[in-house]
Design a protein around this ligand. Structure first.
Ligand code: ZN
Length: 158
């Protein structure tokens, strides 16, 4: 079966930074609903379109094609007094960015009375290399198409 709109693709993918640093070892397969549902990077869908199980490809993604460019306006400082006690470096909290959107902020530094936050995705601004191996392709169920994601062993669980 070929990969086309409304097929569920099971794949293993290794993710590396451009430097070669391994981010995801690809041991756990994952499944996604193909066809522009936003379940994987558009460049991945583009590369897999029309392919079948057994296909392997290595993709280099620019930051804009992966987790986006860094947005320095999402780097903020906030008085420690505005935080619940126990705020730690590496902790995460939801907050509103200057764009009015909700972002997940990571505490990057606490210096004296000031907490430094970064609302960028940890992988923002990074170019990635993906080694993708397609292990299975099947037709999506009507329910999966209605939900816009894959179900089953390696898909979405409700
Ligand atoms: Zn669902």
């Amino acid at each position: 079966m070929k990969i086309e709109k409304n097929t569920v693709v099971t794949l293993r993918y290794k993710v590396m930074e451009a430097s070669g640093k391994l981010l995801e070892d690809g041991k756990e397969p994952s499944a996604y609903l193909h066809g522009g549902y936003g379940n994987t990077f558009a460049k991945v869908e583009e590369a897999l379109e029309g392919q079948a199980a057994g296909y392997r490809v290595t993709l280099s993604l620019a930051p804009a094609d992966a987790f986006g460019e860094r947005d320095e306006s999402l780097v903020q400082t906030i008085p420690k007094t505005e935080f619940p006690p126990g705020v730690k470096v590496g902790g995460q909290l939801e907050g509103r960015g200057p764009d009015g959107q909700t972002h997940l902020f990571t505490v990057v530094k606490i210096k004296g009375p000031v907490v430094h936050l970064d609302g960028n995705h940890p992988m923002a601004g990074k170019a990635l290399r993906l080694d993708v191996a397609v292990t299975q392709v099947r037709a999506a169920t009507e329910e999966e198409i209605a939900h816009g994601h894959a179900h089953g062993a390696h898909g979405h669980h409700h």
